[in-house]
Design a protein around this ligand. Structure first.
Ligand code: NAP
Length: 259
């Protein structure tokens, strides 16, 4: 079926910021195609808003190629928006205790996954005549914190590749934006702590974090500026957070790490 609406791709649409972005972009009138590893979770997001869901593992080149072929079929006139959101953190141990698999996954998902998706969909973004890449970075892209070496290094790398793309795409009709959030309450911390829900909830205790919808709002705002306006970087934190390590919590919830 040929699509008349602008087409947007969101990676990692099965939960959190990706799911909120799928819903928000659909509400803004985009035909949204999203991918993630958990197809059932993806469908629960896409079906209510009429978006399309395909299995996608951004760490697997074959999966990225199959996903890109599905996008080409649905959007022969090109792609208006690519939101590279799939990613996350694993563990919060110091370097001396972190396992290789955790570092490898963080670089695969956040950095190489974004590069692969961008390379695969760049021709379609250019072909649309008005494309836009929004990478979901993090304050971890320009700050560091103890236990965060793998994740902060990956998000620093993501920020570097985003800035590089802006140089390489100068003269092409493609905007490039880095949306860099602080604490957002999603499944991020449950994934980081290997399903330890109690530890994950402690991250947001006694403070008001951002919601996934708050970040989707930033994505939609950047995407809906006029075509000649490129929002380079959009840093968004909760009012209760000054830096990665300075968080204001209600006294009963103060934590040993709080500065
Ligand atoms: P989340 O709720 O855990 O969502 C992560 C999403 O990424 C899921 O939909 C997951 O889907 C998908 N994903 C993970 N690995 C994937 C892979 N290999 N291929 C395809 N999809 C994959 O966490 P979130 O907070 O929304 O995270 C979204 C992005 O925001 C991440 O890049 C994260 O680093 C960034 N971020 C989060 C925060 C925060 O505090 N939450 C702050 C700054 C930046 P499947 O598991 O179904 O594949």
């Amino acid at each position: 079926m040929t699509e008349r609406r602008k087409v947007a791709v969101v990676t990692g649409g099965s939960s959190g910021i990706g799911a909120a972005s799928v819903r928000r972009l659909a509400a803004e009138g985009y035909a949204v195609i999203t991918g993630a590893r958990r197809l059932e979770r993806l469908r629960a997001v896409t079906e209510p808003v009429g978006a399309a869901a395909h299995v996608l593992d951004v760490t697997d080149p074959g999966s990225v190629a199959a996903f890109a072929a599905a996008v080409a079929e649905r959007a022969p006139a090109g792609l208006a928006l690519l939101v590279n959101n799939a990613g996350g953190a694993l563990g919060l141990d110091p370097v001396e205790k972190t396992r290789d698999e955790q570092w490898e996954w963080m670089f695969q998902a956040n950095v190489l996954g974004t590069l692969r998706m961008t390379r695969a969909l760049l021709p379609a973004l250019i072909a649309s005549g008005d494309g836009h890449i929004v990478n979901i970075g993090s304050i971890a892209g320009f700050e560091t914190y103890p236990g965060g070496a793998g994740y902060t290094a990956a998000k620093h790398a993501l920020r570097a590749l985003t800035r590089t793309l802006r140089l390489e795409l100068l003269g092409h009709p493609v905007r490039v934006t880095d949306v860099a959030p602080g604490l957002v309450e999603t499944e991020f911390s449950a994934v980081r702590f290997d399903g330890d829900q109690e530890r994950a909830e402690k991250v947001y205790e006694g403070m008001t974090p951002l919601t996934a919808d708050d970040v989707a709002d930033c994505v939609a705002w950047a995407a809906t500026r006029p075509s000649h306006v490129n929002i380079d970087e959009l840093v968004v934190r909760p009012r209760d957070q000054a830096t990665a390590t300075m968080v204001h919590r209600q006294p009963a919830h103060r934590q040993p790490d709080d500065r």
